[in-house]
Design a protein around this ligand. Sequence first.
Ligand SMILES: [Zn+2]
Length: 387
Amino acid sequence: MLAGKAMRNIRLGTLLGIPILVNPSWFVLLAFVTWLLAAQVYPGFVEDRSAVLYFGMAASTVVVFFASIVLHELGHSVVARAYRIPVRSITLFIFGGVAHITREARRPLPELLMAAAGPLVSIALGGLFLFGFWLAGANDERAFDVMFLWLGLTNLALAIFNLVPAFPMDGGRIFRSILWLVVRDYHSATTTAAWTGRFFAWALIAVGFLALLRVPVYVIDEWWQGIWPVLIGWFLENAARQSLVQAKVIRALDRYRVTDLMTADPPIADAGTSVAALARGVLEINPRISYFVEDRGRLAGIISSYQMMAVPQARWDDVTAGQAMIPSSRLTAVDPEKRLSEVLMEMESADITHVPVVYEGRVLGVVGRDRILGVLRQSGFLRSAQA
Ligand SMILES: [Zn+2]
């Protein structure tokens, strides 16, 4: 959700059916970690060896290191899928890894397990590598042992950093779920956790700046390394602020139920009707029009102005409603009492503009994305141009 909008991701392959992607920004991190290991870390332990050996050690370590990060994200993903929350991808980028989990859990406990799974994987991996270090003989002047040691300590450090209760980091999500469990209020739990996240982010930025100004901050060895806390803090600050906006959006939407916004009994069109017959003269007057499309008396799909406009006007006479509609196989019917925030999230993840409202097997009406966005506009979240 946060990474890689601007640059195209490269697909490495799939794990458990989840695409593993690499954002081009990740190569900066790859280069930095490789350099750090080859030039700074390993020569300090295994002394007076060739640059080729250091580089070989660094190169093989980073492969395992980034595999560890993917496993961490896979930990989150496996729990998400156990709760039937779809996982779109796992992406490596400049600040590490991120699992693109399509939505949050609706209850605090699944959210807690989902957030905790990643750090637990990192702790397990850290323990495993340290065990490997011990098995190898724990000689920190020998190449093989030192690689195990670094991987072990780094995975543990990663787990600890991720467990800081700063939303939306893993620890912040755990913190939020616990608050949610205690106060039984999603909104206030998220707001509190997100503000904690922002304070932590500002603290990181401050520490980074102090280091860059060459003030000794103890946690950073070299002044120029202050750039990382500044960047990571800035990234976290953005993410935490977005979470706050998102929480407000959810609250604004959840004041309504589907029934409040639904268009009851929309007009019905036959699947064989041409788009021209539906659109011509109607779209200008009512751009929010939508039809149920029936094929031999059965609901076959929904067609709205979005789908009609997607057909070039020159072809309006040739294309039928049945061809242009969103077929019912892609539509997920919603209950009239469902929360609007959940409906909007489902629309966004399935990339559809309308959903039929169904109660006890009977189609009551249709709710359109534009009506939901209208609520957000009224609440001041969107400017009219963004409709
Ligand atoms: Zn994580």
